[in-house]
Design a protein around this ligand. Sequence first.
Ligand code: SF4
Length: 345
Amino acid sequence: MKDFDKEKVILNVEGLQTYFKTDAGILKAVDGVSFVVHEGETVGLVGESGCGKSVTNLSIMRLVPSPPGKTVGGKVIFDGKDILQMSEKELRNIRGNKISMIFQDPMTSLNPFLKISTQMIETIRLHQDVTKKEAREKAVEMLRLVGIPKPEQRIDCYPHQFSGGMRQRVMIAMALSCHAKILIADEPTTALDVTIQAQILELIKALTEKFNTAVILITHDLGVVAGMCDKVCVMYAGRIVESSPTEDLFEHPMHPYTEGLIASVPKLDDGGKEKLFSIEGQPPNVIDLPPCCPFHPRCRKKMGICQAMYPPVYHKDEKHHVACWLYASKEEIDNALKEARDVRK
Ligand code: SF4
C-alpha cells in the first residue's frame, strides 16, 4: 500500500468546532476534530447518524447554515491558507473547483429544470477559461469517462431522464470536470441498490486514482471503508475517537466503539448462522454533554474514570491514535480521578 505520509498534505483540519444554537441548548455537532489529507489519499469518516461526519465536511466547505450553526473554532488549511478566513471570492474559487462535493441524493445538487449540458457547461466555464464549445466537449468527455452511454446525445437530457445510478455518475463527472484536488463524497451510494453501489464506488476509485484526487468519504458502512479508504477516522458524538490506516484499524481496533462497528459488519463466511452483533443503546444527545467519555453508557469495558473525564488521546504508533481510558496507566487514571474530584468540590 502507498505510503501517503510521503505525499504533500493538501488539507489540514485542526481542532474544528461547529456548534448549533437550539432552544434546548448548544449542540456541539463537531467538537475539536483534527485530521490531515494527503494528495491522492482516501480518508473515511465513519460513524452512526448524528456523529458529526457530515457537519465536519460542510464546515470544511463553509456551507453550515448560519444561523443556527456556526464554526466557532479551529482551522481548515488548504494549500497553505485557512478556508475559514477566506473572502467569499477566494471561497468561490475553491468550491466546485479545487474541492468538489457529491451527495447521497444527486437530485439535491442537480437542477431538475435544466439540461445536464447547461449545468455542466456552466460549472466548467465558471472555473475554467474556455469557450462554450470547448466546455461542452469537455463535459461530453467526462460523461464518457464515467460510463454514460452515447454522451453526445445524453448530455442534452434532463436529470429525471437518468436513473439514480446514472445521475450519480453525472454528479461524479461534474465534480471531477475541473480536476478538483479533493472530492468530498457524502454517503454517495446509500440511495442506490447494491450492484449499482459497487459500480459507483469502483468508478470513484478509478477516477480519483487517474486524476490523483484526494477523497474524503463519509459513510456509516465499514464494508465501503475497507474497499475504498487508505485511512479511517471513526467519529462519535462530534469527535474522532480513533484514527488509523485502514488495514490496521480492521486488524487491531482499539476503541470499544470501533470494535462494535467492526463486529456488526455481516460476515459472508458464517452461512448466516451467527446472530448479527449490534451496539446496544443509542448515540448520545450532543446538547450539553457532560465532560466524560460519551460512549460510556454503551461501553462493555467502561471503568470509573470513564464517567468522570473525557479520555486523552493515546498513540499505538505514529499513525494509529485512540481516545480511550483503556490505554492509560494506573497512575494517569488515579491522577485524573483526583482532578475530577477536585473540580467537583
Ligand atoms: Fe469505554 Fe471508557 Fe474507553 Fe469510553 S473511555 S470507550 S467508556 S473504556
